[in-house]
Design a protein around this ligand. Sequence first.
Ligand code: AMP
Length: 631
Amino acid sequence: MGSYQKFYDQSITQPDAFWASQAARIDWVKPFRKVCDFSKPPFARWFVGGETNICYNAIDRHLATRADQNALVWISSEVEQTKKYTYRDLFDEVNRFAAVLKTLGVGKGDRVLIYMPMIPEAVFAMLATVRIGAIHSVVFGGFAAASLAARIDDAQPKVMITADAGSRMGKIIPLKPLTDESIKLSRSPPKYVVIVNRGLDKGMSTIPGRDMDYSVLRNKHLDDVVPCEWVESSHPSYILYTSGTTGKPKGVQRDTGGYAVALAASMPNIFATQPGQVYFCTSDIGWVVGHSYIIYAPLINGSTTIMYDGLPIRPDAGVWWNIVEQYKVSVMFSSPTAIRVLKKHDPAYLKKYDVSSLRYLFLAGEPLDQPTSDWIEKGLGVKVIDNYWQTETGWPILSAEPGIEETPRKLGSPSFASYGYKLKLKHEETGRQVGPNEKGVLCIVPPLPPGCMSTIWGDDARFVKTYFTTFKDEQVYTTFDWATCDADGYYFIMGRTDDVINVAGHRLGTREIEEAVQMHSNIAEVAVIGVADQLKGQVPVAFAVVKDTSKIGTPALAAAHEKEVMAMVDKELGAIGRPSHVYFVTLLPKTRSGKLLRRAIQALCEGRDTGDLTTMEDPAALEQLKAAIAK
Ligand code: AMP
């Protein structure tokens, strides 16, 4: 163990030497000739000329030393099943899937869209895709057909992989009908749909010629070995869509070499996890945390990864701690919302199992409140480490790094900058660097470190415009988060600077939800804002102006109308974006120039002072909102 400060300083003052030494953590078939090419800012290319393959690093290279070690343990409390795959088993399954993809014509650079529940085949599919040099785009299973269609149109996948259904709280959630509908809505439909039929949705229909049953295809390739496609370091490994201020989601494009190195380095340095140890990340493969810390990082590191399908409270609130005991989990990664869900249950569950193997619980995705942090830390007797990052970065921007040094933690702070991140807190208007404890916009001075997004899929100009043009004085990457930094270098995240909200650790653009609400024929205009929520951090709330007021003429009619609007969001975006309330009004509070007074609406909903409203066009609008909420 060394010193964090020394490690960090080296990463900033001698980035080439620093990253060259971290790059030795992965296997290269051809060495890189340059650590970083930043000749076209803000675009950065890491490990230029180097050739590698993520799947090779995650599986093949471990076969010599850990073929019989569990690579993946899948535990589903939904279907009450556990499946274990050694590195050898994983190798076999991934090769079968890779062979199937190849026979369907997928090759280097082709896109494969994966819309799947939390099942092992999803992991095989992702690894198989990168094995053959293709690019995956995993879409969270909770997104609806229209959202899926937008992602199909943007990524233009050759093949789509899905399952008949997932399961939530024991209820079957069919995925195939949504897949079919999304393809109907899409302008560039995939040629083939591969279906992992779990036998959950008995009524699933298929389209001959297009739909393929994975088990039939797999059986034809049981003994196939598909060589890894060696790709140049900056070859895209995947696209992952994330929300922003516009309705159109952004395809975060990740490279190969930089990502593999960043993840390989993060396991020992940040997550203090060694090869052979068991790592349990409770996220979903549809999110960045799932990509990085259920799949790629633990496997690249030669660890055992636990993949959990189900809720943290089913069959009871001890299910995760039972897993920790049974598999001797060394490090866990979860979210504050999940812990808040557990907090509603008997704390005795935290003491019911032997969790002495567990050394750290990392939490990320949203602000971690002190009561939640204290409750779990004391209850389990395990150190909680708050870490902060984004889909765009792929690994933590801010975190304590217990693998380097056990530094004191400060409550409410995800500690300090991870090595490689040169951070700057800039004044919103002037761009000057703010002083200690002064609020500023958290920015990263480019080049973005390895592992971070290389661009927006198919749209370099949008990448530059979205992330690098907030400040006129210098070209820096904006996180769109407010933060402060104290005199000891500890950062505190204070919320978003844009209209993105964070629901249970998942990022949603209010614009996306507004567009979904507006698909209802009786909605003329709508404002969606994020309102503080005890459990989920924030929830979306909608204020909608209706065209025909007779449809909300009575409380019963209004309630029915609210349900209709919610159903419209479920259909367009997915239940994940469903507003917790839809209030009907005839006017929205706006400035005289027509800008929605979002902060004022949010303050009103949260019972705070609405601030200066002198620019408001019509004060009656706010009164209406007040009355609607009071009802
Ligand atoms: P996502 O890209 O969906 O992972 O969302 C990233 C956003 O979540 C960040 O820009 C922050 O607003 C928020 N976030 C992530 N981690 C933290 C954290 N540890 N503390 C506070 N906010 C966080």
